[in-house]
Ligand binder design. Sequence first.
Ligand code: FE
Length: 305
Amino acid sequence: MSAITELGYMAIGVKDLGRWKAFAGEILGLEVVDEGEPGRCYLRMDFWHHRLILEEDGSDDLQCLGLRVAGPEEFAAMQRVLRDGGVSHQICSRAEAEGRHVLEMMKLEDPNGNPLEIFHGPHVQYSKPFHPGRRMYGRFATGSGGLGHCIIRNRDLDATYRFYRLLGMRGGIEYRIPRPDGTVGEALFMHCNDRDHTIAFGIGGSKRINHVMIEAERFDDLAYTYELVQQRNIPVGITLGKHSNDHQYSFYFLNPSGWLIEYGWGARPASHQSEYYQEDFYGHQFQPHVLTPNWEALDLQKAAE
Ligand code: FE
C-alpha cells in the first residue's frame, strides 16, 4: 500500500520575482535562497532545501504540488497503483529529480488539470538551520504535517475524491454552505497525516490555486504578521477568524500574484472522522472589494470563451 504522506513542496509561477522575494522574506518570514539560477529562487520554512519554489514564468499561478511518499518501495508501489488505475504518469530522469532536490520523482495531473509531482527523498539540510527572512518569535509548524495546505482548482468533486483516494488520501465534504440564492456550496477536504487537510477543493477562482496556508507555532507570529500586513497596506481578503474544520485561527491576504496566503496558528490535529459544518466558529468575513477582481477575471474569461 502506497500513500501520499505530506505536501512536501510547491512550485509557483510568478511575474515579478523581485516583488515576490521581498514579500516572502519581509512579510511571510520565509528564508529566501538564491542559488544563482536565472528566474528561480527557493523559499525555506524548516530544514528542507526548500518548501516553495518561485519560477519567473509570468503565470502568477500554481506550477505544481510536490506530494511525498515514504521511500523507494512506496514510490514503486505508487507507480503500480497509477498504472492499474489507468492514470498516466511520467517517471522523471535522475537529472530532473536532482533539479527538484529529491531522490526520485514522477509527474502527472489530477482530474482537474492540476500538475502534481510525486516524490520521495527530499534533501534535508540539518547543517543549515532555518533563518527567517525577518524577525520571528517562533518557527513554522511543518514536521510530519508537511508545508501546510492549499485549495486548488476543481472541476468534478466526485472524480477528484476518487483520484486522491487512489493516492491513499482520505477525506470528504467538510463544508456545506447555504448561499443566498438557495443553493448549497460544498467543499471537499483531503488529508494524509495529522494535519486536518492538505489539499481541498470546491472554492473557485480564476487560477489553479485559491490559497496556500502556512502555520506559525506561536500566536505572536500570527499577530506580528497581521501588523506587518496592515502597515504595508496589503489587502486582506478574509478577516481574522477560526475555521470549524481545522480550528485554525487565521487570516488571508493577497500575495504579489493576486491569490491568497492564509497565515494561521493553533490548528487541531486531524480527527480522521468525517464531520461537516455550515459556518466557521467566528470571523473570516469575505472582503468582496478585495476578492472581487478575481471574480471579474473569471467572468471575463467566461465571456471570452
Ligand atoms: Fe485554508
